[in-house]
Design a protein. Sequence first.
Length: 277
Amino acid sequence: MTAPGAVGRSAALPVPYRVATRAAEAPGVATIVLEPVRSALPPFVPGQFAMVYAFGVGDIPLSVSAIDGDRLTHTVRSVGAVSAALHGLEAGATVGVRGPFGTDWGLPAAAGRDLLVVAGGIGLAPLRPLVRAALAAPGEYGRLNVLIGSRTPQDQLYAPETRGWAPRARVLVTVDRPDGRWRGDVGVVTALLDRAAFDPGAAAAFVCGPEPMIRATAAELVHRGADPGRIMVSLERTMHCATGHCGHCQLGPLLLCRDGPVVSWTTAEPLLLVREL
């Protein structure tokens, strides 16, 4: 895992980026590809996030959902004023970006191990760069499993791309509410673990999604013999400054913008057991 924290330049000053492309992913969800107007921010690593500013509205943390040279890709769901503004941007619009912030998935430390990627809903966005990195390094890791849980078939992110992962990874998808055309699995994402190809005692797991899904997945993996220290989870709390100063993202002793968002289940479990922490 890379050292947490912001870049060397002033982390409070946004850098201008222009929307190169925008694509609808699912109802209320869009992916925007940003390119620097002038100088680019330092490179991001899978799992890290940026603070993306909609001028005149505000900024929010967004994980990178793809990393391509100086370009940054973010997948945003419209749920509030800032996310709605970013979701509605068209090509040519300008935003401000700060970062990179936070810890990453630590994929290189999993060399030689089976990989288990478990995503719920928009939690697939920060995991996509990790899957791409693993696929780009054949022979570096063991068996790659990608388990995806979605509310409905229409809500699944990157469906054409995830189908393309299948020849080199075991990709399993389940939905909560199927439609008349759905012929796949129905139910919680943990039910897919029975069909994943991995050795629990020698695997590395990467989990992102709603907090109840994270808890259930991590608990089931530990029950099956996985090492809690090799279960990496991405936690979400309200982030304002992203530099560890305002305290809005505090979770016990952690400031998630600085000490997270990616932490091991060894670290996360005792904190998430405390009510309303």
